[in-house]
Write a protein that binds this ligand. Structure first.
Ligand code: ZN
Length: 133
């Protein structure tokens, strides 16, 4: 239990399937078996119809930049500034707080998921501009 890389100790139990998939570089969100609504972050019930029958499904990993800002202050030792914090809307609907990496993006740009490896935690889904440069 003291191993920082132990998936069971990372985050709360609701998020365990998310981090297990992240270790395989699969981006997953919850989908409601009753109404088909996709949601992220994970909850014990559907935000659309309140059903509790939710499953984890892989998403395409494509998204659109909803909002973004460049951070100039160091918050995490492993993440030196400047870096871009963004909200992206997945093609399936849910909005994620993430980072944008690589070529610069603008609001409305199409982006796709890529993964940032970390030493003592599962890979983190971040996004890069989709298509050409
Ligand atoms: Zn539902």
């Amino acid at each position: 239990m003291s191993d920082g890389g132990d998936i069971e100790t990372f985050g709360d139990p609701t998020t365990v399937p998310f981090w297990a998939a992240a270790r395989q570089h699969r981006l997953v969100v919850q989908r409601c078996n009753s109404c088909g609504h996709h949601q992220f972050y994970p909850r014990p019930h559907c935000l659309s119809c309140e059903a509790a029958e939710l499953e984890w499904v892989s998403v395409k990993g494509t998204a659109t930049v909803y909002s973004m800002t460049t951070t100039q202050v160091q918050v995490y030792p492993d993440l030196p500034p400047p870096y871009v914090v963004a909200l992206v809307d997945l093609s399936e609907g849910p909005r994620l707080l993430t980072n944008l990496v690589g070529a610069s993006c603008r609001i409305g740009d199409a982006v796709r998921v890529t993964w940032r490896e970390r030493k003592d935690a599962p890979p983190l889904p971040v996004f890069e501009r989709a298509g050409g440069s």
